[in-house]
Every structure is written in C-alpha cells, then in structure tokens.
Design a protein around this ligand. Structure first.
Ligand SMILES: NC(=O)c1ccc[n+]([C@@H]2O[C@H](COP(=O)([O-])OP(=O)(O)OC[C@H]3O[C@@H](n4cnc5c(N)ncnc54)[C@H](OP(=O)(O)O)[C@@H]3O)[C@@H](O)[C@H]2O)c1
Length: 299
C-alpha cells in the first residue's frame, strides 16, 4: 500500500471527466483549477455551464469527450450506468486510461477491469472517501486499486483531487472493499448515535444537550477500543481485562428491553444482541467484544 499526500500538481495534462453530478462537478473543478485542459460530458448538459465559464470544454457526445484526452475520469451514479455509457465506445477508449471513481461493489470493479482488459483499455479503480466540498483539500482521501503501473502513470495527474491518494494493490476490487468497510463503520456508528438520541429524548433531553457526553464517550472509550480490538483480532487472542461478552450480554438486554418499553425501535440493538448471544452460547463469554468479528464471519 502506498500513500501520497499533496494536492499541488505539475501534471497539467488533458483530462476528460464523465459525469457532472455533485461529485463529478467537484472533480472537474479541481482539474480546471489546477490548469489541466479539462473536457467534460454529462447526460444533462446544463450542469456543465459553470465549468465551461471556468475554462472547461463541454462536448455533447460521449465519444468526442473520450477522444479529447488520454485519461478519462468517470464518476456517475453506478457501475451499471457507466457500463452502459462506455459499452459502445470501446473503439474510442482503446489505448486510453479510465480512472473510475464511481462507487459500487468489488465484483462491479473486477468485471469492468475485465471488460477494459478485453478491449485494450488501461483501468484504474478508485473510490472517494470525502464529500464533494472536500475535493482538492488536504483532508480528502481517495483509494485506488488495479495495476501498479497504471496508478504510477496517473498518480501525478490525480493529485489535485485529494491530499491523500492511497494505492491499495493489484486486486481491482480492493478500493470497493475498503469503501464498504468504512461505510459500514459510518452508518453503524451514526445509527448508534441516533438510537442513543432517540432514547434520551424520551427523557426530555435534547440532542445538543446529550452530544458532549457522546463525544467524550467516543474519544475515551470507543476510539481506544479500535486499535486494541485490531491487535486482538490479528493475534486471535481475545482474553480481556476490559469488558467481556458475558458482561455485555447482560447490559444489552437492558438496552433492548428499555427501547421496546419506550417505543424506540429496538431492531438495531437486537441485531447486536443476537451476535453477542451466539458467541456466548459458543463458549466465549470470557472473551472481549472484538471476538464478535468471528460471529460476523459466520454470516
Ligand atoms: N456525493 C458524495 O458525497 C459522494 C462521496 C463519495 C463517493 N460518491 C460516489 O460518486 C458517484 C457520483 O455521486 P454524485 O454524488 O455525483 O451523484 P449525483 O449527484 O446523483 O450524480 C449522478 C451522476 O450520474 C449520472 N447518471 C445517472 N444515471 C445516468 C444515466 N442513466 N445515464 C447517464 N448518466 C447518468 C448523472 O447524470 P445527470 O446529471 O444527467 O442526472 C450524474 O452525472 C456515486 O457512485 C457516489 O456513490 C459520492
């Protein structure tokens, strides 16, 4: 894995951006600001107007857009849409490079890489771990996966998009696996916060009043538990002097029961309760919460 950190860039080569949704517009804007000759294409032409005012060139046909540059950065809603869009442009793409920053699944990425190889197109898969407003800023991170030489060729060109450009390796599906892992972390941690707020609101406490306690809890209890869990998971040693599954089994019963009693949806905590109970039933009551990873792997 390699990680370069810099948004300034001396590669001002031509680039085409396919897709001018919220994210594609941010990507194209970053290239224009960097001084790259930027050609843009979007199904709804009107979305290109502001970019054209800044110096981008809009082409009404996708084939023309592809012909305009040796590197095509794609960011549309799904791989299905992208496959459809470029499926008829294999001849124009031959010998060029597609950097695909559309989100999907690892299998979507591997299938498109296979199609690209069949048609003589160089392919780099990627996923953006940032919102459009962060594009071009040092804190933006993009994961890339695919042939190392294609990443090495395009690394300079891609620098204006993010401060952190992380190459994950030759498996084209790797960027999407990391993306989905981090999204799982995002949705489950925020859902935990929303569930907590629904509980405390039932006692008349506002979200804002509760939030400083949530932040302290995250900082001093949850954040340190993550590297500690990683060590336990990688070593396979789940012995704990912090908090056992047995203790958590009793505590989560209170959470599920109280949620139900208060009319707060309990499905989210009941799903975690089921994982804990399964591990305890399998004889792991003395193990740490990190051993739940084994329950996830039995899905
Ligand atoms: N926004 C974010 O915070 C964010 C963060 C990380 C990753 N991403 C990923 O970036 C990708 C784009 O997201 P976005 O936020 O830019 O979405 P968006 O604003 O909804 O834009 C979707 C883009 O896909 C195009 N599109 C959709 N269906 C099409 C079709 N049938 N034919 C041609 N073009 C079609 C749209 O064209 P029209 O303009 O003509 O509708 C538009 O360019 C997604 O895979 C998303 O998961 C987004």
């Amino acid at each position: 894995m390699s990680n370069t950190s810099n948004t300034s860039n001396t590669n001002q080569g031509p680039v085409t951006v396919l897709g001018l949704g919220m994210m594609g517009t941010a990507l194209a804007t970053a290239f224009v600001k960097n001084g790259n000759a930027t050609t843009v294409w979007n199904r709804s032409a009107g979305k290109a107007d502001a970019l054209v005012e800044q110096g981008a060139v809009f082409t009404a046909g996708i084939r023309q857009a592809i012909e305009a540059s040796p590197v095509i950065v794609a960011c549309v809603s799904t791989y299905e849409v992208l496959n459809e869009l470029i499926g008829g442009a294999a001849a124009e793409l031959k010998g060029k490079t597609i950097v695909n920053l559309t989100s999907g699944t690892p299998e979507d990425a591997r299938a498109l890489a296979g199609w690209a190889e069949q048609h003589g197109v160089r392919y780099l898969d990627g996923t953006i771990m940032a919102v459009p407003q962060m594009i071009g800023l040092p804190q933006a991170m993009v994961f890339y996966a695919g042939a190392q030489e294609v990443f090495a060729e395009q690394e300079e060109l891609l620098k204006p998009l993010a401060g952190s450009n992380v190459y994950l390796g030759a498996d084209t599906g790797a960027a999407m696996i990391y993306d989905l892992g981090l999204l799982s972390l995002l949705w489950s941690s925020l859902a935990g916060y929303f569930h907590a707020v629904a509980l405390v609101q039932s006692a008349g406490v506002s979200a804002e009043a509760f939030t400083p306690f949530a932040l302290t809890w995250i900082e001093h209890v949850i954040t340190p538990a993550i590297p500690r869990s990683a060590q336990e998971i990688d070593s396979g040693n789940f012995a704990t002097e912090v908090s056992s599954l047995g203790v958590n089994k009793a505590a989560i019963e209170h959470l599920v029961a109280t949620s139900r009693q208060l009319g707060v949806d309990s499905d989210f905590s009941a799903a975690i309760q089921a994982l804990i109970e399964r591990r305890v039933a399998e004889g792991h009551a003395g193990h740490s919460l990190a051993s739940l990873v084994e329950a996830f792997k039995q899905g």
